[in-house]
Design a protein. Structure first.
Length: 219
């Protein structure tokens, strides 16, 4: 902003629009503001932005689950930030000038080791219910005292951001020791592929296991 000193007949100093008024011992001058040149991003900068954008697009949609799955692991940092950092470093595969997510390594929850050793997935098309059953490692269960942890079965439409139901989870919570969990999948107007994850959470949310990617399901 330009200022006039000593009334209308005084000197002007400061910036007005694209010019700047300068007062010196030899007089008053008007100068054009220097133009600011925007440098084109380097290939490395573009690659870094693409890498960040790829992970952020998924973490943002999964954030309601991330808040649960990274709560204990991330403290005192934000679950969102820790999930971003972990998956940026562990779950990306570079392909040309872009990146693909390695869903086997992508983690929606971090904690103690997931104790599942084997599992099956069965989709009841008539009732639109996916049932997962599992066996678990008794040593890990006892070591981390996860027997009564609640199960979180998560379905995420990673490849379709316009899906009617991009994120699904089980309403009723089974226990690790029960060895099974159902999730209802609403009928879709078009076929959707879901990435399926499961992890287990202590009753009061103070601890949890790692998530485990169970595979994909088309519905």
């Amino acid at each position: 902003m330009a200022m006039i000193k000593n009334g209308v007949n005084g000197t002007v100093s400061g910036k007005a629009g694209s010019v700047v008024f300068v007062s010196t011992k030899t007089g008053n001058y008007v100068r054009s503001l220097p133009s600011v040149k925007k440098r084109a991003p380097t290939p490395e900068q573009l690659l870094s932005r693409t890498r960040f954008k790829t992970v952020r697009s998924h973490i943002s949609l999964l954030n309601p689950i991330i808040k649960i799955g990274y709560k204990a692991y991330s403290y005192p940092k934000r679950p969102y930030d820790v999930a971003m950092s972990y998956n940026l470093n562990e779950a990306l595969i570079q392909e040309g000038d872009g990146f693909l997510v390695d869903w086997q390594k992508f983690m929606i929850a971090k904690g103690s080791p997931n104790p599942i050793t084997s599992y099956t997935m069965d989709f009841d098309q008539e009732n639109q219910v996916l049932q997962v059953t599992w066996e678990y490692d008794a040593y890990l269960e006892k070591k981390f005292d996860t027997r009564t942890y609640d199960s979180f079965l998560i379905l995420y439409s990673a490849g379709d951001d316009k899906a009617e139901y991009p994120l699904l989870e089980n309403d009723s919570k089974g226990k690790l020791m029960s060895g099974k969990q159902d999730v209802h999948i609403p009928a879709h107007k078009k076929e959707v592929t879901y990435e399926v994850f499961i992890f287990f959470v202590e009753r009061y949310g103070e601890d949890n296991t790692d998530s485990l990617h169970l595979g994909k399901i088309k519905v």
